[in-house]
Design a protein around this ligand. Structure first.
Ligand SMILES: C[S@@+](CC[C@H](N)C(=O)[O-])C[C@H]1O[C@@H](n2cnc3c(N)ncnc32)[C@H](O)[C@@H]1O
Length: 240
């Protein structure tokens, strides 16, 4: 049922997603940039500069790839990367397919829920931006355990997402800052109200610290918050 509601919402967003999200999400490009930089640094550390041209090991997963914006940025920076993109909304995957066509068979696609869709064995890494917050808390924990199992030893998980504040007051403060950002991006009151209503219906933000502890519980080490801007965070974790 929730899958259907989410699919329906993102099918609606698919046509104007790329124009809409930089206005809706504060520092959207910078946020993706932090994820890309961490992946690049990980590959260089693992195998030196040549790794950028042809990364060794299994594919990288982009969970909740949407229209493929994060994957595109990864591939522009790391042109030899192999990626497997998963999303439950067929129209979003279709946009991603068109956008990522220049990288041909390096990129594969699957329509499905990343909590249960088959994942390629021995993935070298996982990235996910603005998607995991749609899961309930227990589903996030189950996902982190699943990803730890799917990664090859030495694999990296980079999660970019929206979180609650550490108290109700800070959660409310983040929401106010988010609304200010949307106003400054010249979104109308009706558009902002629609975003907040969608947020209430479809989003299940969890706290940053609890998510980091769930990653550790799942076996990840070096769990680190690399970047934070009010409700947005980028967290990296490694499979030792
Ligand atoms: C806000 S978009 C983010 C897209 C892209 N990652 C980005 O950074 O722009 C969230 C995407 O996650 C997908 N999604 C949400 N929950 C999912 C799930 N459990 N399994 C697969 N896809 C999911 C939605 O269909 C949507 O395309």
């Amino acid at each position: 049922m929730r899958d259907e509601a989410l699919r329906e919402a993102f099918e609606r967003f698919s046509t104007d997603y790329d124009a809409r999200f930089p206005r809706l999400i504060p520092r959207y490009v910078e946020f993706h940039g932090v994820i890309v930089q961490r992946v690049e640094e990980h590959l260089q550390r693992a195998a030196g500069d040549e790794a950028r041209a042809k990364p060794a090991g299994g594919p990288w997963l982009d969970l909740g790839c949407g229209t493929g914006e994060l994957s595109r940025r990864l591939l522009e920076r790391l042109p030899g990367l192999r990626l497997h993109c998963v999303d439950l909304a067929p129209a979003m995957i279709e946009r991603a397919r068109e956008k990522l066509a220049p990288w041909g068979t390096q990129v594969s696609f699957a329509i499905g829920n990343f909590l249960e869709a088959p994942l390629p064995a021995g993935a070298a890494g996982v990235v996910s931006a603005l998607a995991v917050h749609h899961l309930e808390a227990d589903e996030k924990r189950a996902l982190f355990a699943r990803l730890h199992g799917a990664l090859a030893p030495g694999g990296l998980f980079v999660l970019g997402d929206a979180v609650t504040g550490g108290s109700e007051a800070y959660t409310a403060y983040y929401t106010r800052r988010w609304v200010e950002h949307m106003r400054a991006s010249e979104m109308s009151d009706d558009q902002i109200a629609a975003v907040l209503s969608d947020n209430e219906q479809n989003d299940r933000f969890s706290g940053l610290l609890e998510q980091m502890s769930w990653m550790r519980e799942s076996g990840f080490s070096q769990v680190e918050c690399l970047w934070k801007h009010f409700l947005l965070v980028v967290v990296a974790a490694e499979k030792g």
